[in-house]
Design a protein around this ligand. Structure first.
Ligand code: UDP
Length: 495
C-alpha cells in the first residue's frame, strides 16, 4: 500500500457502546489497518465480545489491529444491554482508564464517537490529534446545521406544514413534525450533540463516499468549514461470508437456512425488512406490518426487533410479539422468513434475490442498502433518519416513503401507527415492478458500482484514507505539539 520510511501511524478508534455506532467504527479501524496504520479499538469487556473473533482473524492474517480493553470499576458496566445503548448513555466512567492509556501510549491520533461527549477535553489535554466520528452522512450534517442556523420551522403555522431548508444545494423540504423534539419544545433547549472542548477537533471522518453526495460533501467542507475525510462505505470491508455473518452480533438464525431460502427465490423478488439495532415499533405497529406484508403477497425476510417497553422497567419485552396465527401462516406459506433478534444484514442485502429494503433509515443501514444496489422503502423514526430518508427518496431517487411523519425520541410516546393498507400499498409499489421502480433500480445499481469503486485503489474513499494517514505521518515527522503543562498536570493527578 505504501512505503514505510517512518514508523506506521498509530490510530486509536474509540467507538460508542451501541450497534449503529460501534459496528462502522470497527470496520473503519480495519480499513485503516489495511492501509498500513496500526489500529487499536478501545472498548469495554462486554462490548468487545461481538467483534473479538473478527479481530483475531484479522491479526492472524497479518493485519496490524488490536483491541484495548478499558478497565471499569468492579461490577460496573455501561448500558445493561450489549448492542443497544441509547445515545444518552453516559460513558464518562471510562475517563480514567482512557487517561492512563493516553499517558502510556501516545497515539498519533484518536478517532472518537461524538456520543462520548466528555472525552474531547481529556484527549486535547494530552495533545493527541483528535478526530470525530458522528455516524452521519454529510447530507444530514448540512440539513441539521441549516435548520439550526436559519430556524425555518419558525415560519410555519403547524407541525404538518412543509418548509424548505434554506441555503442547501437542492430544495429539501421538511415538516416540523419530522424534526427532533427539541425544535418543537423550545423550553427543553437544544441538546448539544458534539463534544465540548476549548479546542476544535482536527477533523471529521465520515462513513460515506464523495460520489454519493458530492454537493453536500463540498458544502460540509467549504461552507461549514469541516476538515473531513469520506472513507466509506466502511461495510464493504467485510468481503467474506464469515465476516458478514458475524458482523455486529451472533445472528439469531442459522446462516445456511437463510442462504438456502434466498437461493430458492428469483432475483429481486425478496423484500428485506429491518428497523436497525435500537428502533422500537409498538406491538400494534408490528402487527400492521405483518398483515400488510401478507396482503402484498411478496416474498420477504423480516427482522422483528425490539418493541416499545410496556413499562419503564420492562427490559424483557422482546421476541414473539406477533399473533401466532399470522406467524404460523407466514411460515406455512413459505412466503417469508421471520428472524427474531439479529440478522446477518450484509449477507442478506448482498444476495441477488433481495430486490428491496424496508428500513428505518439508520445511516449504516441506508448506506448498506446503497452499497448493495437495492431500492428502499424509507420508514424513519428518530435521530437523523428523516434526513437520510430525504437523501434516498428526494435527492437520489432510489426509494419510496412509507409515510412516516413523526420524529420520535427513544423515550417518547410512540408515533401514530401506519395501517396495514398503507404498508401493503407501499410494498406493492416497490416490489411490483413497473417503470418507476425499474428506473429506481437502475439508479441504485449505478450508485452501488460507484460505492465499490470508491473504496478500491484509486477510488475517492481509498484516497481519503491514504490522505489522512499521510497527514498524520507528516505531523509525526514535525513532532506532535504537546501541551506539556496540561500533560504534566494530568500525570500528577493520576499518580
Ligand atoms: N444490523 C444487523 N442485523 C440486525 C440489525 C442491525 O447486522 O438484525 C446492523 C446493520 O447492518 C447496521 C447496524 O446494525 O450496520 C445498524 O445501524 P443503523 O445506523 O442502520 O441503525 P441503528 O441501529 O443505529 O438505529
Amino acid at each position: 500500500m505504501e512505503s514505510e520510511s517512518i514508523a506506521a501511524v498509530e490510530i486509536f478508534f474509540f467507538p460508542f457502546v451501541g450497534g449503529g455506532h460501534q459496528i462502522p467504527m470497527v470496520d473503519m479501524a480495519r480499513i485503516f489497518a489495511h492501509h498500513g496504520a496500526n489500529s487499536t479499538i478501545l472498548s469495554t469487556p462486554k462490548h468487545a465480545l461481538p467483534f473479538q473473533d473478527l479481530i483475531k482473524r484479522d491479526q492472524s492474517s497479518g493485519l496490524s489491529i488490536s483491541i484495548h480493553i478499558l478497565n471499569l470499576p468492579e461490577n460496573v458496566d455501561i448500558a445493561n444491554t450489549d448492542m443497544s445503548a441509547s445515545p444518552q448513555t453516559d460513558t464518562s466512567i471510562l475517563q480514567e482508564s482512557l487517561q492512563s492509556l493516553l499517558l502510556q501510549r501516545r497515539p498519533d491520533c484518536i478517532v472518537h464517537d461524538m456520543f462520548h461527549r466528555w472525552c474531547a477535553d481529556t484527549i486535547d489535554s494530552y495533545g493527541v490529534t483528535r478526530i470525530i466520528f458522528s455516524g452521519n452522512a454529510c447530507f444530514a450534517r448540512c440539513v441539521q446545521e441549516n435548520v439550526r442556523l436559519y430556524k425555518p420551522y419558525e415560519n410555519v403555522s403547524s407541525d404538518s406544514e412543509p418548509f424548505v431548508v434554506p441555503g442547501l444545494p437542492e430544495k429539501i423540504e421538511f415538516t416540523k413534525s419530522q424534526l427532533p423534539g427539541f425544535f418543537r419544545n423550545q423550553q427543553n433547549g437544544h441538546q448539544r450533540r458534539f463534544p465540548i472542548s476549548g479546542k476544535k477537533e482536527f477533523g471529521v471522518v465520515v462513513n460515506s463516499f464523495y460520489e454519493l453526495e458530492p454537493a453536500y460533501a463540498e458544502y460540509f467542507r467549504n461552507e461549514m468549514g469541516n476538515k473531513s475525510w469520506l472513507v466509506g462505505p466502511v461495510s464493504l470491508c467485510n468481503n467474506n461470508v464469515q465476516d458478514k455473518f458475524e458482523r455486529g452480533k451472533k445472528t439469531s438464525m442459522d446462516e445456511q437456512r437463510i442462504l438456502s431460502w434466498l437461493d430458492g427465490q428469483t432475483p429481486n423478488s425478496v423484500l428485506y425488512i429491518s428497523f436497525g439495532s435500537i428502533a422500537r415499533l409498538t406491538t400494534d405497529q408490528l402487527v400492521e406490518v405483518g398483515y400488510g406484508l401478507e396482503a402484498s403477497n411478496v416474498q420477504f425476510i423480516w427482522v422483528v426487533g425490539r418493541v416499545f417497553k410496556s413499562t419503564e422497567n420492562d427490559q424483557t419485552n422482546q421476541g414473539s410479539v406477533l399473533p401466532s396465527e399470522l406467524e404460523y401462516r407466514i411460515r406455512e406459506s413459505g412466503k417469508g422468513l421471520i428472524i427474531h433478534g439479529w440478522a446477518p444484514q450484509l449477507l442478506i442485502l448482498d444476495h441477488p434475490a433481495v430486490g428491496g429494503f424496508m428500513t428505518h433509515c439508520g445511516w449504516n443501514s441506508t448506506l448498506e442498502g446503497v452499497s448493495a444496489g437495492v431500492p428502499m422503502i424509507t420508514w424513519p423514526i428518530s435521530a437523523e433518519q428523516f434526513d437520510n430518508e430525504k437523501l434516498i427518496a428526494d435527492v437520489l431517487k432510489t426509494g419510496v416513503k412509507a409515510g412516516s411523519m413523526h420524529w420520535t425520541s427513544w423515550n417518547d410516546n410512540p408515533p401514530p401507527t401506519l395501517g396495514r393498507d398503507k404498508v401493503e400499498t407501499v410494498v406493492k409499489r416497490l416490489m411490483g415492478g413497473g417503470e418507476e421502480v425499474a428506473e429506481m433500480r437502475r439508479r441504485a445499481r449505478e450508485l452501488a458500482e460507484k460505492a465499490k469503486k470508491a473504496i478500491k485503489e484509486g477510488g475517492s474513499s481509498y484516497k481519503d484514507v491514504d490522505a489522512l494517514i499521510q497527514e498524520l505521518k507528516s505531523m509525526k515527522k514535525v513532532g506532535n505539539p504537546i501541551d506539556t503543562l496540561d500533560h504534566q498536570m494530568v500525570s500528577k493527578e493520576l499518580s
